[in-house]
Design a protein around this ligand. Structure first.
Ligand SMILES: *[C@@H]1O[C@H](CO)[C@@H](O)[C@H](O)[C@H]1NC(C)=O
Ligand SMILES: *[C@@H]1O[C@H](CO)[C@@H](O)[C@H](O)[C@H]1NC(C)=O
Length: 192
């Protein structure tokens, strides 16, 4: 769950920030290029995640973890976003939310409710009880993300924070480009 929360909030945070600010704004589509653990993963709650590409607009995620605390409205989060410039990633902006649940509900309501229903949470809403959490082949639809953004490649470190302590972290590489429906599927490259 945490990983999905982090994925969603990262993608959305970056999409929102880069979608409404900056230069070279135009129509296009977001895509996740890679998801990896943050540096020093031993500092954070362990979780397994895998991603499979389906096609240009959809990816499938499988997640497995033991959720040892209830995820409630006390969990905050932030995203450090970097933009790829001149061959390196330059810090761009910090996106903060004092409640990760509220942030997700505001920006990712449909994806999040669908995901939680898939994981048999009823109602599909926070707070999420402690316990084992398994999701296989959850399909994420990138076309639900904002369709205007800054063209480029972005790196985001997303943190889940409880009482000022970073308890979860993941790193996502995202791309926003002016793709069209019939582009070749050539975006599957590794950064790490
Ligand atoms: C991509 O995959 C999704 C999920 O399987 C499907 O709904 C969608 O129609 C596919 N899009 C294309 C262009 O094939
Ligand atoms: C969230 O859960 C923690 C225990 O894990 C509890 O101490 C805290 O009061 C809860 N916060 C809310 C807003 O319910």
């Amino acid at each position: 769950m945490l990983k999905y929360v982090l994925i969603s909030s990262t993608i959305l945070g970056v999409a929102v920030v880069f979608g409404f600010q900056g230069l070279m704004l135009g129509p296009g589509q977001w895509l996740v290029l890679d998801i990896v653990p943050c540096d020093n993963p031993e500092l954070y709650w362990p979780v397994d995640i895998s991603r499979q590409k389906i096609n240009r607009t959809h990816d499938s995620f499988s997640i497995s973890m033991d959720f040892d605390n209830e995820l409630n409205f006390s969990y905050a989060g932030f995203v450090d976003a970097y933009q790829k410039l001149d061959g390196g990633f330059k810090f761009y902006q910090k996106i903060e939310s004092d409640c990760t649940c509220t942030f997700l509900k505001k920006y990712a309501k449909e994806n999040m409710e669908r995901f939680l229903a898939n994981a048999h949470y009823d109602p599909p809403d926070c707070p999420l009880p402690a316990g084992p959490f398994r999701v296989t082949n959850f399909v994420m639809d990138y076309t639900e993300l904002p369709k205007h953004g800054v063209y480029g490649t972005f790196l985001a470190n997303a943190y889940l924070v409880y009482k000022e302590e970073k308890v979860g972290c993941m790193k996502i590489i995202l791309n926003f480009d002016e793709r069209t429906e019939d582009d070749d599927d050539d975006d599957d490259f590794d950064f790490f």
